[in-house]
Design a protein. Structure first.
Length: 359
């Protein structure tokens, strides 16, 4: 996963999109910072397992460390703490007037007291908490990853200053995020396989943006996992990167301090092109139809055991923007939109009714 983030930075630099003035180095979150949200015993257990290079059976069972889902690897604690440090920094930069992009963030499954879904700490939680600690009273979290943003939703389920929205594939791990949540301030939009660009646009116009307009957030955190793209091996969603860029642009139009995080993504070509193009898009930079030779060489050198060679689109090697994938807006999408939007509004306090890149 570290390789894909480096590739995003490399591609952006090759394209001339990323200079020193746009980049900030970060430092790992301290243990003191981490235990502001995470259980101290869990933080200590993760730190010890990393130092010892092994996980005792009781620790594995209690904290879900050292499993197939959350493997132990050298430097684990440093890497997880660095991700949190990046989100804290990103929120601070956003408060200074920047749009901050932290592509290695987005570990949205992490729980207070255990690891989950290759997420050891929950960096989106720390971005949101940084906003709240700086007198932001209405933080909107929007998750466009293929998997439900369960860890963030749980962390703020009883926090009236935070509204969470998650657009994710139905019947996919972690098998949560139903549209009929009874809790106010939670809007889950589980979508069927084959979810296309037209359907994303429908949900944005009919649910997400109206919800944001009514609630009037004063800060925004976005989780932009690349596993919702067509061609990702761990998702059945079929979005183009251009459709996702449009969705992010619509949210940026709210004009509030914003942190954009990465998330999942298991096809190195689609991940790299999506996130590098995201950086261009939020900076108003033109995206060429054909990449220069150095950029094409970078993409051609990538490999993946998860994506069969026959399934590799030649476009992934020569361009950044995908061809669009419009289609019919299915009744299942319209239905989930109506249910989730109505549930999210019910009882909530809406104003209308009651290292990382810096732009």
């Amino acid at each position: 996963m570290i390789v894909r983030h480096a590739a995003v930075m490399d591609l952006a630099r090759i394209m001339g999109w990323l200079g020193e003035r746009n980049f900030r180095d970060t430092v790992p979150a301290t243990v003191e910072q981490l235990i502001e949200f995470h259980d101290p015993a869990y933080v200590e257990a993760l730190q010890y397992a990393d130092a010892a290079g092994r996980v005792e059976p009781g620790v594995r069972s209690r904290y879900n460390i050292g499993t197939l889902e959350n493997p132990l690897f050298p430097g684990l604690f440093q890497r997880a703490a660095m991700t949190v440090g990046g989100s804290v920094l990103a929120a601070g930069l956003a408060l200074e007037g920047h749009t901050a992009f932290h592509p290695s963030g987005g570990t949205h499954h992490g729980r207070r007291d255990r690891a989950s879904g290759f997420c050891y700490f929950n960096d989106p939680v720390f971005a949101i908490r940084t906003f709240l600690a700086n007198e932001r009273e209405r933080v909107l979290y929007v998750d466009l990853d293929a998997h439900h943003g369960d860890g963030v939703e749980i962390a703020f389920a009883n926090e009236p200053r935070v509204t969470t929205v998650s657009v994710h594939e139905e019947n996919r791990w972690p098998y949560s995020g139903a549209a009929n949540s009874s809790r106010p301030g939670i809007c889950n939009l589980p979508v069927p396989k084959g979810f296309n660009d037209s359907e994303l646009d429908w949900l944005m116009r009919r649910a997400v943006l109206p919800l944001a307009g009514e609630w009037q957030p004063d800060a925004l955190v976005l989780c932009c996992g690349a596993d919702s793209l067509a061609g990702d091996p761990l998702s059945g969603m079929m979005l183009s990167n251009a459709a996702l860029w449009d969705a992010v642009s619509g949210l940026l139009a709210l004009g509030v301090p914003t942190v954009i995080l990465g998330g999942g993504g298991y096809n190195p070509w689609t991940v790299t092109r999506y996130w590098a193009g995201m950086w261009a898009r939020i900076n108003g930079l033109p995206i060429p139809a054909i990449l220069p030779p150095e950029a094409q060489a970078l993409l051609a050198d990538m490999e993946s055991e998860l994506v069969d060679e026959d399934d590799r689109d030649p476009l992934w090697l020569t361009s950044i923007a995908d061809n669009g994938n419009p289609g019919t807006v299915r009744s299942a999408v319209k239905s989930v939109c109506e249910v989730a939007f109505a549930k999210a509004r019910c009882g909530a306090d809406y104003a209308g009714g009651a290292g990382h890149a810096v732009a």
